[in-house]
Write a new protein. Structure first.
Lengths: 112, 111
């Protein structure tokens, strides 16, 4: 699987939008971009995924660059409960085993 | 809530002892994964089951580690002759493809 690069940490104020970047310059045409997050003392939780087009769900939005070499997870209005480590992961659709390769993620700190 | 359940949540053991962890996946999920996570790092893949068949094992899974999933339902992960380097969070996940659903893990401390 191709690798991703994320900042180690980011800070944001409560009730403001948060943009979490992810670089994946070696992404292949069959790689989906997945985001998970991990709250303290919990297992990871799925957030969103996409291939080429921007995606929205109740948790977040995913903006994917036209060349697909980068993407941004957008939390529209951060709350203290959004403080977590956010992981950007590429998953090859041809990989039937769905083995995910995780980096260290971005630790998001929300200031009240 | 019928999420992924792991037991125990915490385990403290002495070096050289054997430990066994249990994972109960979401009932309709045919795929089950074990991951290991150390402090400040993302999860590392250990092994994967589709139904009762263990289809893939990481090189991280030494001979001291064994996993089973009898009847394609719950799974167990056993570590024999534990070492201090085995101290980590052991995560179980299940799914039918995308996405994966994770349990809250078993934190193992080897003293």
């Amino acid at each position: 699987d191709a690798k991703t690069t994320q900042p180690n940490s980011m800070e944001s104020n409560e009730e403001e939008p948060v943009h979490l970047p992810c670089n994946h310059s070696t992404i292949s045409g069959t790689d989906y971009i997945h985001w998970y997050r991990q709250l303290p003392s919990q297992g990871p939780e799925y957030v969103i995924h996409g291939l080429t087009s921007n995606v929205n769900n109740r948790m977040a939005s995913l903006a994917i660059a036209e060349d697909r070499k980068s993407s941004t997870l957008i939390l529209h209005r951060a709350t203290l409960r959004d403080a977590a480590v956010y992981y950007c992961i590429l998953r090859d659709v041809m990989d039937s085993n769905y083995q995910l390769i995780w980096g260290a993620g971005t630790k998001l700190i929300i200031k009240p | 809530d019928t999420g992924v359940s792991q037991d125990p949540r915490h385990k403290i053991t002495k070096r050289g002892q054997n430990v066994t962890f249990r994972c109960d996946p979401i009932s309709e999920h045919n795929r089950l994964y074990w991951y290991r996570q150390t402090l400040g790092q993302g999860p590392e893949f250990l092994t994967y089951f589709q139904n009762e068949a263990q289809l893939e094992k990481s090189r991280l899974l030494s001979d001291r580690f064994s996993a089973e999933r009898p009847k394609g339902s719950f799974s167990t992960l056993e570590i024999q002759r534990t070492e201090q380097g085995d101290s980590a969070m052991y995560l179980c996940a299940s799914g039918r493809g995308s996405p994966l659903h994770f349990g809250n893990g078993t934190r193992l401390t080897v003293t």
